[in-house]
Each structure stands twice: as C-alpha cells, then as structure tokens.
Design a protein around this ligand. Sequence first.
Ligand code: ADP
Ligand code: MG
Length: 447
Amino acid sequence: MTPEELRNIIDRAHYFGLLQKNPHGQLVHAPFSLTPYRLPTALISKLQIHTQWSSLLFWQVAQNFDFLKEMLEPTAKVDEFIRFLVSLISHEKRQDQQLLINRNDFLFERKENGELQPLQVEFNTISASFAHLSERVTSLHQQLQQENILKGSSLLHDAIVGFASGIKDTIENLGWQDAALLMLVQPKERNWFDQMGLFVALCKRGVPVVRASLAEVNEKGKLKNGDLWVGPQRIGIVYFRAGYSPGDFPDEVSCSARRMLEASSAVLVPEASMQLAGTKKIQQVLASSDILREFVPGSVADQLKAYFANMFGLEEEVEGRTARLFLEEHAEQYVLKPQREGGGNNVYGAEIRNFLTSLPTSEDRAWVAMRRIEAETTESLLVIEEQAQPYQSISELGIFGLLRAQSGDLRLNMPVGHLVRTKASNVNEGGVVAGFACLNSLISIEK
Ligand code: ADP
Ligand code: MG
C-alpha cells in the first residue's frame, strides 16, 4: 500500500467518525484493522443465542443476593472495592424495572477435527463499550468494499439503535414527565466518540441526556422523595460508563454519590448486584460447578458450560496440590485475574510465577486463574497511529445483549450487534483505547 492509499483510508476513517482522543486530548483515528474477521454464519447465530442465555443467567444470578454475598464475602474481606460494591446491595426495591446492557466476549480455538471452538472470555455487565465505534468501523469497511479496496461484505449491525430503543421504552414505562438518562462518565474520557453515539441516538428519540461524573453528581444531584434529580432534571435511568474501577472512587465524595444513585428510584444500568454478578469470581464459580443449574434450565446450563474455559480460585486445591503450586508448574497455560474491569489488570503466562512470589497468600481470594485460550491466529493488516502493518493476529468477538424486566418478569432479551477487536498475537490484553487492539468488522462465511 502506498502512503497516499493509506492516507485516503485514514481520511475515510475520520469521515466515518472512527475517532478517539489521544493522551494529549487530540482527536486521532481509533486503531483499526483492514482485514475483516470471518466466521461461519451458523456459529455467529449460535453465539447470539448463547448471549441471550448468558444474559438470562447473569440476570438471575443478580437477583439472588444471598448467593452473591455468600460467594463474594471471602473476596470482599481482602478486596476493598468488592467490599464497597457488596455494601451497596439492598433488598429495598425502589424500582421494579430493570434494564441490562451487556457484552459477551469470545475467543476461538481451532480443534483437531478442524472445527472452531468458541470460549467465553468474560461477560461484561458494566460499561460495555464500543457499540458505536464498532458500527463506525463497519461503515468504513463497507465503503472500502464498495470501492474495491477491501473484499467481501461486512455485516451491518445496529447495537446503538437497540440500546436507544430499550432505554426509550424503559423511560416511557416509568410514566414520568421529561425523565432524563444520566450517563455517568469518567472526568477525562478518551473514548468520548463511542459514548456520543448513544448520546445522539437518545437525543434523536427525544430522551434528554445528562452527562456527569460521580463528583458532579455529588455536587448537583439530590434525592427528592427517593427520586434522583441532577440540577433541574429528574433522572429515570442511570447508565454507567464509569464506576467499574476503584480509580473511579478516589474519595468519599464519589462513594457517597454512588450510594445516592443506588438509593434512588432510577433504573440503574447496572444495579450493584448486576455489576457484582459480572465479577471474575462469580464467573469462576459458575464455570467450575454445577451451580448454574439452579439459575437456568439444565439443557441451557449444558450449552453455557460448553463455552467455559477451566477456572479456579487461587485459594483452591488443584489436582492434589495448592493452586499456587499448580500454577508454578503450568503458568504458561493460565491467566490470573483480579476482580477488576477495564483492562490492564491481568497477569499472563510465565509472569504469573514472579507475580505470585510478591502476592501475600492472604490475598489469594481476590484472584482467579483461567486457562489461557489458545486462540487461532490469522494474518491481518492493522492501522495503528497512522501506520499500516501486517500482523499475525487474534480476533475477539463480543456480542452485545439487551435485557428488560419488570417486577421480576422478563420482557425482552435479545442480541443487538457485535464488536470485533483484532490484536497482534503476542499481545495479551484486549483494550482499544489503551492501544492493545484494533477495531474490526465481521464477515459471515458459509463454513
Ligand atoms: P477486563 O475485564 O479487564 O477486560 P478480561 O478478562 O476481559 O479483563 O481480559 C482482558 C483481555 O485479556 C481480553 O480481552 C482477552 O484479550 C485477554 N484474555 C482474558 N482472558 C483470557 C484467556 N483466558 N485466554 C486468553 N486471553 C485472555
Ligand atoms: Mg471486562
């Protein structure tokens, strides 16, 4: 590719709004792939169904406060952030509507018989991002396909329309005049464009949106008869694009703002219990026992299990020895995860050995180990900071899910679009804003 051809493609990326802010606050293109990811049509459908079942499972888990508290109590003792979130769970229901916006992430291993085996990396119940930029990269690829610069035809999806209509229906159901959505954000958000996609779609549908950080909520927010107001706006829904990491709660002010949200009558996307259902510890408990049969029908449980990779807690015994000793021997085949979201927190492969020598055993219950998924690699042309380079790469597919419930009855549960992130195969983490991964589109193929 000539520098001029690359320039033309990058200009189109700007035109289609495939943008993010760099650490200096300047607008730059988000990293993207020029090799759409290909998956069989039948497999994509299976993963969409799997996502509906997963949404059902995690919604059920989130209703069972006793289960959550029992499973997370030992972790909460050694992890202050989890302790804070557990303290927010309350039996006092002030709102009988529930709305979940989630993303189910998968990697793919090639089995000996040639079939692709999907494995769930994790189910994100809070701040699942990139629905909008995923649509933007799809539009860019479709344009390049029209111009015969790329081959094939990428799959359209409309996750943002799905989220926006789910939000509008929920707000209308509240029956409150002029209720707004509060989009809770981090003060210096670099992924602003992605958030703007939903912001604009809501404005178009006549849903007022207030964007504020926890500190701003503390300053301008108050409860009146249990209802949340931010300035002159009554808030019907709080959509969390912040609040998933301890860094979002640097002081008592932000903690008390979160408590106020949780105590209000607003629909929280997600409620604290749903956020906790999405922790790695709960994923590990569900993956390593038959307990999920208590939450979903047996046949569904079997299907969900088929895509779980082996997981265990660091405090457990594994194959007759402590998990620590087991990992000492098998570090390369594992990923060690704390109860954190947002990327950059896991310990991969051989690094686990050194890491464990510095980790006090008292903190074992804050960590879970997961078998490292040996994802199939393909060659991809990736554009990072205006440079195009071929990489042997791994692609991760996320399916967005939308679930609505009222008074404990399921009203809607559907997949609403997808995200593909492609990264060099020697890179462990998956974050796009952090510069680890590139946005990509999806092409469905026969086989
Ligand atoms: P976070 O909540 O911080 O995003 P994840 O568990 O999703 O944490 O892990 C971050 C990234 O690390 C994933 O997007 C994936 O690319 C990689 N990863 C996580 N678990 C595994 C695994 N078991 N095998 C291989 N890669 C993994
Ligand atoms: Mg996550």
